[in-house]
Design a protein around this ligand. Sequence first.
Ligand SMILES: [Zn+2]
Length: 304
Amino acid sequence: MSDWAPDVAKLVAYDDAEWMAVERAFCGRLLAYVARRVPDHDARQDVVQEVFLGAVRGIRLYDPAYTFEQFLFGICRNRVIDHQRRQKPLAFGGRSDEDAAALELEDLASDDETPSRVVRRRDLEAEGARVLGRIVKAWVQETWAQGEFQRLIVVEALLAAGWRNRDVWTRLGLRDESAVAGIKFRALKRLREIALEQGAERDLLAAVANALGEEQGFDLDLRRVWLAERASCPARHWLARHLAGTLAEGPAAFVRFHVDDAACPWCRANLDDLGALEDQAALAPILERVGLSTRELLRSKGRA
Ligand SMILES: [Zn+2]
């Protein structure tokens, strides 16, 4: 049912074979993500190479609360940003691998805070993001299991894609605007119920909501977490079935919305990669290049 994931203990031990398996499994989808953002062919390969090197350097910081693909795509996103910044005349500072592995939620801290306050806020926000992410994922799974794909689409449009009620109503063909508001109201209610069911983190959740200013803050935070946690991304095998046209209409409609309307960059990269699978031979040169640089780094890590 679940997609292939590496043995992280072997990766932490800098095991050559496991890292090569990671490269074979993920090179295509990373390249597909980069290809939509970096026009230059050689530069794309550089970026993908940097992603794997960054993964080796940062593997000890990998948090198993996230999928390995999330870990890699997180590094990939930052490497693409670094590349785009280098293309601009004004130079910005680069990022470390620690930054690359961290959640983008750190952007929330403002400059006028003391360092210890910032650290405390970041810890709270990172932990809060994890809790909220779990809650949203539980809701998505529950809704998916109930076959309520229309509800899933409406709520993702509102809470993750940031559509207004009116746009959801007209673009998704709902009865009227109050139907949209009703779906949103019930979804938020159910999300709060799930939060309560997970008991232990209730205080943390309240603290996070307060810290971010509950009035305009909560939806914004929910949206950020939804996207950062990839709360509604279907597993890769669902995307493969979507591509093969073997999904039932409900989940197919959701995948179409998620990829085309909500424009999820990660699922789009996976679909690009799956669509090009028969063309695996084209990946051979970059796999060879990436493999060489990774093995060199692994050897230096092994000696250290
Ligand atoms: Zn997605």
